[in-house]
Design a protein around this ligand. Structure first.
Ligand code: ATP
Length: 245
């Protein structure tokens, strides 16, 4: 059996005024004594500290309602911490608004649990939509599209619409959309939540490939079997508190 250790006692936090990190061993994500209390008084996270180094592949596990999604949402500024500091790419996310928050999000690929695909757009359009919004040239978009669809095994489905795809295929479109801009940080919220074991493993392998190319990957899952199969570092969230497994 694995030992469970409270991370908020064991994971060091760095000074918030530190200069930009350049070493590949530098943290890309830091949570320092973070508490998130929602407006209705519900605690999403309680006094959580965590450091994730560049190029790490971290799994966040825990039961439904424990705080996994809250943790990821704090990292891309969808939710703001009630207390503590959330540092991503040397930026204090709590202080970011407007353009500066958009800039940070461009450097984060997000795989949503419910895919969030646009039903009226094809696979190719769903994947390239974000690049267009970010001002990539048409040539650059075309250069990126084919290898990305190939990587997720959907080249032959480029012109299909989401409702013509299986759940696993739709999830892989959402993975393609998250990675096509080659972000240094990928956050995947239950990317295998609705998938069978084969499709789940396929998605994990795609994320592992991106990780081998240098991306930091953080994946939430409640699938203990998948956690054992992956053999990556794991932290567990229980009732809003974080433990290292
Ligand atoms: N917008 C919100 N307003 C109020 N409470 C919320 C909100 N979002 C989440 N919560 C609460 O915060 C706690 C953590 O929720 P969160 O979605 O982070 O859990 P989770 O571990 O991701 O769950 P699941 O595995 O079911 O997705 C839960 O008690 C939830 O009810």
């Amino acid at each position: 059996m694995r030992t469970v250790v409270k991370t908020d006692q064991h994971i060091p936090a760095k000074d918030s005024t530190s200069s930009p990190q350049s070493s590949s061993n530098a943290p890309i994500v830091q949570l320092r004594s973070v508490t998130k209390t929602y407006n209705n008084g519900c605690h999403g996270l309680l006094d959580v500290s965590l450091e994730v180094k560049q190029k790490e592949f971290l799994l966040i596990t825990g039961p439904s309602g424990s705080g996994k999604s809250t943790l990821l949402k704090l990292l891309y500024g969808e939710e703001l911490a009630t207390q503590g500091e959330v540092i991503v790419n040397d930026c204090n996310v709590t202080d970011l608004r407007g353009d500066r928050l958009s800039l940070l999000r461009r450097r984060i690929g997000i795989v949503f649990q419910d895919y969030k695909l646009i039903p009226q757009r094809t696979v190719a359009e769903n994947v390239t939509f974000v690049l267009q919004a970010q001002g990539f040239t048409r040539k650059e978009i075309q250069r990126r599209l084919e290898p990305t669809l190939k990587l997720v095994g959907l080249l032959s489905k480029a012109n299909c619409f989401p409702d013509q795809l299986s759940g696993g295929e739709q999830q892989r479109v959402s993975v393609a959309r998250a990675i096509v801009g080659t972000p240094p940080l990928i956050l995947a919220d239950e990317p295998t939540g609705n998938l069978d074991p084969d499709n789940s493993w396929q998605v994990i392998q795609i994320l592992q490939k991106l990780n081998s190319f240098g991306a930091t990957v953080i994946v939430t899952t409640h699938d203990e079997q998948l956690v054992r199969r992956c053999n990556h570092p794991v932290v567990q969230v229980c009732n809003g508190r974080l433990y290292r497994k």
